[in-house]
Structure formats: structure tokens, C-alpha cells
Design a binder for this molecule. Structure first.
Ligand code: FAD
Length: 384
């Protein structure tokens, strides 16, 4: 085999676009393959915005990676002259003291010395009159949190990667990959691509492309809704923060209105119908999903109406423990992957791209990402 490329990046969405850049910036000959053109609406990286936050309730070990991710997002914004990619709107998190979110946020903040404000009910009413505090709940405000403009971030990383010499091939569906000591071959709808190494960042298609790992991953259908506002209280430019509420009926999150008239985007983080084939997900409006977020908004957001302005459908790819899986392939060390991002991975895309570059080039990473490795699972198939 005489490979045309040093590295193929299979999937150029959130993480793949960043990996493509980090590999090209190291001077490697790299090609990104994707079935869809950049920043499309068929995977997991669309719908305008993603929350980014540091006081990570899911696990304090993510915080050092977030410190690096923040720096890399700032670098991307500066390099592309797009200061609006990362809007530091702040984030208001609300939930019971004995729930999952507030204790997790407090633990991460304490362990890593992060600045947070605990707000009384009066303080919430005065500072954020657009959000109501349910009885028995606590409120915590993280100023250093905010939102990433998701499609613009993917496009920015792809442009930066191309500026650094990367090639991007879209409309290319990868069917299979195989790796041997002589290199990697990816069979696609446009022929076979050959390289020295492979990065798999295929989002909701990763369970299929990485089936040989023997780690069960589930894909879930996740709807997003934009509801109209009754005033300008929710405007980003007016200082409205993102929100995350833990309620008995689920965890709800959302964003300020990015421009007047666009509405407030909100969604439910928990639950979601299982998807058998990510290419055939039902993208129709589901009235039961809509009424769940309408009921939530009616109860806690006095300035949000129940008229739906837009909706979109997105995909979560869940790992068994809902933490990411980032590693080299145990049987094929020239293959590295990031999979099972479990509905909270976009904020990390910048640093995961760098880590994948490290794994391919150095064989290891200095970033503290060992807790995301494969060895925490018992694999369900015998190595091939
Ligand atoms: C509704 C919703 C809300 C979310 N909110 C947040 C949030 O607020 N904060 C946060 O940090 N994270 C959030 N997430 C999670 C985050 O968006 C995802 O974890 C992240 O975007 C996943 O990136 P990815 O690169 O793994 O997948 P994707 O961006 O989907 O990229 C995978 C790419 O691989 C391509 N591909 C796959 N298979 C093939 C193939 N065989 N051939 C060719 N191309 C292929 C696909 O076309 C796609 O472009 C949310 C996710 C959803 C769905």
C-alpha cells in the first residue's frame, strides 16, 4: 500500500472538524470525509447553539479538559476573526440541593477553585426576572459559561483546517474501514481512501463503525424547540444567560434569544426515543415532546409564550456510563476515535480534536483524558 494521506478523518462534524485542523496544523497530509456538506442538520452538531460551562456536574475530572477547550475556542475565534463563536452569556443552573445538578456543580467548582455565585430567591428575581425559581430549589450562576454557535464553529474549524492544508471531501459515504501494519483503507461511495492512520469521529454512526469494540452505544432522538417571547427580556444582547433546570419531570436547558423575534430555544436533556438507524430518524414534530417543553416554559418563564416558531431534531449517542469514549483502537493502534459523547460533547470538540491528534502522532496525550479511555469497560466481544 502506498497511502495518499497520513491521516483520514472519518466524519467532519463537531469533533472531526477540530481533529482535521489539529492534524493539518502539525503538517500532516490529512483528508476529512463526510457524507454531508459542512455544518449539516443530520447529525449531532446543528441547531444554532450549545452550552459551554466549566463547573461540570457530570464529573469534576472534565474540568481540566474544559480549561484547555476554552483556550482552544478562543484561539479559533481569534484565528477566524469571529468573536461571536463563543458568547460568554453566563449560565443559571437551578435544582434541588439533593439532586444531581447543584451538588455536582458545587463539587466541581470546589475541587477546581471555580468562581460561582449562589443566588437567593430574591437575587434570582432581581438579576434574572425572566427565570423563576421553583420552591425547594437552589440557584447557582456561572459567569464564565455561555454558548457556542455550533454550525459556525464547525465551519470555522474546517476553514482553518483547509488553510493549514487539509483536504475535505463531502458527499462521501464510508462503508467499511480496515487497518493492517501497512496502513488503513476506507471503502467509500467514492472509492477506497488509503492512509497511514485513521480518526473516527462519526457521531451517531460511530456505534456501527466501531462495532468491533464491543461497547454498546445507543442513539436517541432529541427535539429542539424555539418558542416566541412576549418581551425583549430573553435577548442575549440584553444580558440574558443560558439556563439549566433539574425538575422531577426531567432536565430542561436552553438559551437566550440570539436576535429579536427568533425565540427562545429550549429542550429536554433527559429521555428520548431510541433510534435504530440515524439516517432514518423521524424529524416530524411530535406534539407530546412539544407540550412537555411548553408546560415547562409556562410554569417558569413568564415572558415566554407557547407559540412554536421552529423545531429541529438532533441525535445523542449514549455510551453505557454517559461519559465519552476517547482512545486508540485496542487492536489497531493507528486508529483513534471519539465516540459516545452522550449529549454533552460539543463544548469539548476543540480539545478532543487536539487529543485525537496527540493519539495519532505521539501515541498518547498529555491532556488528562485517561478517565475517558476504553479500559473502564468490559468489552462484550472477543478482540478480532
Ligand atoms: C439537541 C442536542 C443538544 C446538545 N446540547 C449540547 C450542549 O448544550 N453542550 C454540549 O457541549 N453538547 C451538546 N450536545 C452534544 C453535542 O452536540 C455532541 O456531543 C457533538 O456535537 C457530537 O459531535 P460529533 O463530532 O461526535 O458528531 P457529529 O457532529 O454528528 O459529526 C459526525 C459526522 O460524521 C459523519 N459521518 C458519520 N458516518 C459517516 C460515514 N459512514 N461516512 C461519511 N460520513 C459519516 C456525519 O455525517 C457527521 O457529519 C447536544 C446534542 C444535541 C443533539
Amino acid at each position: 500500500m502506498n497511502p495518499t494521506y497520513d491521516v483520514i478523518v472519518l466524519g467532519t462534524g463537531g469533533v472531526g472538524s477540530a481533529a482535521l485542523y489539529h492534524l493539518a496544523a502539525r503538517g500532516l497530509r490529512v483528508v476529512g470525509l463526510d457524507q454531508h456538506p459542512p455544518a449539516h442538520g443530520f447529525g449531532s452538531s446543528h441547531g444554532e447553539s450549545r452550552i459551554i460551562r466549566k463547573a461540570y456536574f457530570e464529573h469534576p475530572d472534565y474540568v481540566p479538559l474544559l480549561e484547555r477547550a476554552y483556550g482552544l475556542w478562543d484561539h479559533l475565534g481569534k484565528a477566524m476573526d469571529r468573536r461571536d463563536l463563543f458568547e460568554r452569556s453566563g449560565l443559571l443552573q437551578i435544582g434541588p440541593a439533593d439532586g444531581v445538578v447543584i451538588p455536582g456543580v458545587m463539587e466541581s467548582a470546589a475541587r477546581h477553585g471555580l468562581g460561582l455565585e449562589q443566588l437567593s430567591e430574591t437575587a434570582v428575581r432581581e438579576a434574572f426576572p425572566q427565570y423563576r425559581l421553583p420552591e425547594g430549589c437552589e440557584a447557582v450562576f456561572e459567569q464564565d459559561a455561555g454558548l457556542l454557535r455550533v454550525e459556525a464553529c464547525v465551519e470555522a474549524y474546517l476553514n482553518l483546517a483547509r488553510n493549514a492544508g487539509a483536504e475535505l471531501r463531502t458527499g462521501v459515504v464510508a462503508h467499511h474501514w480496515r487497518a493492517s501494519q501497512r496502513g488503513v483503507a476506507v471503502e467509500t461511495s467514492s472509492g477506497v481512501f488509503q492512509s497511514g492512520a485513521l480518526v473516527i469521529t462519526a457521531g451517531a454512526w460511530a456505534p456501527e463503525l466501531l462495532a468491533g469494540l464491543g461497547i454498546p452505544m445507543e442513539v436517541r432522538r432529541k427535539p429542539l424547540f424555539w418558542l416566541e417571547t412576549r418581551s425583549d427580556a430573553h435577548l442575549l444582547d440584553g444580558g440574558c444567560p443560558c439556563f439549566f433546570y433539574e425538575r422531577p419531570e426531567g432536565q430542561f436547558y436552553g438559551f437566550p434569544e440570539l436576535s429579536a423575534g427568533e425565540g427562545v430555544k429550549l429542550a429536554c436533556h433527559t429521555g428520548g426515543e431510541l433510534v435504530a438507524d440515524p439516517a432514518r430518524v423521524n424529524r416530524e414534530l411530535d406534539e407530546a415532546d412539544l407540550s412537555k417543553v411548553q408546560r415547562f416554559a409556562e410554569e417558569w418563564f413568564p415572558q415566554v409564550g407557547d407559540r412554536l416558531l421552529r423545531h429541529k431534531t438532533c441525535l445523542y449517542t449514549m455510551s453505557p456510563d454517559e461519559h465519552f469514549i476517547v482512545d486508540r483502537h485496542p487492536e489497531h493502534p493507528t486508529v483513534a476515535f471519539a465516540a459516545g459523547l452522550s449529549g454533552h460533547g460539543f463544548k469539548f470538540a476543540s480539545v478532543l480534536g487536539e487529543i485525537l491528534g496527540d493519539l495519532i502522532v505521539e501515541g498518547h496525550t498529555d491532556q488528562p483524558a485517561g478517565f475517558l479511555g476504553l479500559n473502564r469497560f468490559e468489552r462484550q466481544t472477543k478482540p478480532s
